[in-house]
Design a protein around this ligand. Sequence first.
Ligand code: 1HN
Length: 347
Amino acid sequence: MSASPEIMKEYYSRLTPENMAPLWEVLHTLVTREPVTKAGPFQWKFDDVRRLLLEAGGLLTADEAERRVLILENPAYAGQSKATNTLFAGVQLIMPGETAPAHRHTASAVRFFLEGKGAITAVGGEPTEMNPGDFVITPSWAWHDHRNDGDEPCFWLDGLDLPMMNFYEAGFAEPHNDSRQMLSRPEHDSTARFGEGLLPMQAESPYGLTTPIFNYTFKRTRAALVTAAAGQEMDSHTAMTLRYANPLDGGWTMPTMSAWMMYVPKGFTTQPMRSTDSMIVAVAEGSGSMKLGDESFDFVHKDTHAVPGWYWRSFTAKEDSFIFFVTDRVAQEKLGFYREEKSPIVA
Ligand code: 1HN
């Protein structure tokens, strides 16, 4: 530095009141050689979430809460309602007979159903029953309400693009006049029109950039993975993975969040890979362990994990495992900065 530290300090002290700052002091924390994440990987055991959430079930109704959700907060983002820098994760409970009242918002949501029977979500006038492992979408700005017509507590994982949405400070929301919206289409209508390898002659999604199908059932996804796996060798890094697709263009199902499911057969370990997208990873079936960066997490069915971008990840299945991912990959791809890296294959 050509000027003395005292001179620099005095100079900086005059910048602050003028709302300016020297880039050269922060350049390399702003522009990093590689991604730097504030958060690390984290795991929430379903047993713990379930216990505490059932307790909330006795403290307030779904109607009072509007959404009875325990936020899965990454410790690096305490108080910020974030699982990763861009994704919200929470687990929702609705008790038999309850309704989570209708509303809509610009944030998109995914439901990954964890436990129970008889939960129905209505989206844009169509109901769908949610069963364990189902991937259900609430598109941006679609009316949605949930109810439990069964006789057991129902739990699901909510993944939302809220932190991303709020980063842009572009979010809107409104309540519906009725706690349950009017239904205008029978159950399975959207799957019949768009999800059977058939399309309406004038195919258009009622949800704009989001897929017209809103329940990708585990039953079909699981069968597809198992059948496809029988016909080829496991991929070293991704085992047998299929992504959820928008049938209108083959792209991802939502404009802000990508989702896929990976089948890792018993005894198989995937080679490490990493990518810039941050992810919520939940277990639909099976057990095993996942290595995220330097940490190893034993997982069982229904556990949820947060994985920040650019952490190496590898999965080992103790039993046949079906692992669900929701990430901000599609947003990063569209913005042009998605990257991934696969480790060289070791036998
Ligand atoms: C929301 O609307 C739902 O509709 C779930 O079920 C979780 C978390 C934050 C903000 C809105 C739902 C949510 C949410």
